[in-house]
Design a binder for this molecule. Structure first.
Ligand code: ADP
Length: 302
């Protein structure tokens, strides 16, 4: 079982020829409302890869919450861990994309910021053993910390995707990072956390000092590197015709968690995650472009 404790957002996407300046109105040709949020995205990636997934999250008692709830069921995820918060709206991300693919994103956390430690595991009646806890940073830090403590006590593997990350918030994360077994960051996040060195291998290694057993840095079309106590691993890029990188990072994290839960070594888990992440760039959108297990197997067998 992979337990995801994280965010659910409705992504409101508006396509424009160019991004509006402050005070300006720009007309759009296309709009879309798509399910998102790092927690939900990673849970969907894990589920498509065949994992048994339990998502803990909070949504509002509004139309967006109702849509997120039905999206969840459509993805084959259980609503047992989803709390409907009557006092806040559902989380929303306002995404404006121009014709060159540049975007601006504004996120209103809404119900996601109401997720509290009391929401954790309260729905778990069967007490199935959680193999991997998968966390991101779109929920309150005390809730993520409480989840990590429970997981550590239960002997679960803690995978932390330290995203999103701002320079101001990095310091507050040190306890959570120190508790995690696997820390996953992209290039920007690695630098925000103070990675040092001439190569990405060296930078991943430098982050081991903050306490995790392994550090993975994802490098987009360059693949990924990992540092562990036994040395570094390099996952080369997989060749695809990428059209939209949205959701590649979330796919990588969700699939890595399932592979680790299944007992794969880190290097093998990274190979699955990178293959799935690459395939996720060949379609538009986040959840819509996440590959099923069989597609990833075919891709790796090429
Ligand atoms: P994020 O979206 O968090 O910045 P990345 O862009 O690093 O994450 O993507 C996560 C993973 O997805 C990468 O480590 C890589 O394995 C895979 N990936 C992303 N973009 C591409 C690409 N253009 N070609 C092949 N693989 C990719």
């Amino acid at each position: 079982v992979v337990a995801v404790v994280g965010s659910m957002n409705l992504d409101l996407i508006v396509e424009v020829d160019r991004l509006p300046l402050p005070g300006e109105t720009v007309l759009s040709r296309e709009t879309a409302a798509r399910p998102g949020g790092k927690g939900f995205n990673q849970a969907v990636a894990a589920r498509r890869f065949g994992g048994a997934v339990e998502l803990t999250a909070a949504i509002g008692a509004d139309a967006f919450g109702a849509q997120l709830h039905s999206d969840l069921l459509r993805q084959g995820l259980s609503p047992a861990g989803i709390r409907v918060d009557r006092s806040s709206p559902s989380g929303v991300a306002l995404i404006v994309v121009d014709s060159e693919g540049q975007n601006t994103i504004s996120v209103a956390a809404g119900a996601n910021s109401s997720l509290v430690p009391a929401d954790l595991m309260s729905h778990r009646t069967g007490h199935r053993q959680v193999d991997v806890l998968l966390l991101q940073l779109e929920i309150p830090l005390p809730t993520a910390m409480a989840a990590a403590r429970q997981a550590a006590e239960a002997g679960s593997t803690i995978v932390l995707n330290a995203s999103p990350l701002s320079a101001g918030s990095a310091g507050a994360l040190s306890d959570l990072i120190a508790m995690s077994d696997v820390l996953i960051v992209n290039e920007t996040e690695a630098m925000t956390l103070g990675a040092e060195g001439e190569s990405w291998n060296a930078r991943a290694e430098s982050l081991l000092a903050s306490g995790p057993h392994s550090v993975i840095i994802t490098l987009g079309e360059e693949g990924a590197v990992a540092a562990t106590a036994d040395g570094t691993l390099v996952q080369p890029a997989l060749q695809v015709d990428a059209i939209d990188a949205t959701g590649a990072g979330d796919t990588f994290c969700g699939v890595l968690a399932v592979a680790l839960a299944r007992g794969d070594e880190l290097g093998e888990a990274m190979a699955w995650a990178a293959a799935a992440g690459a395939l996720a760039t060949t379609g538009v959108g986040a959840q819509t472009a996440m590959p099923a297990r069989a597609e990833v197997e075919l891709f790796r067998a090429r």
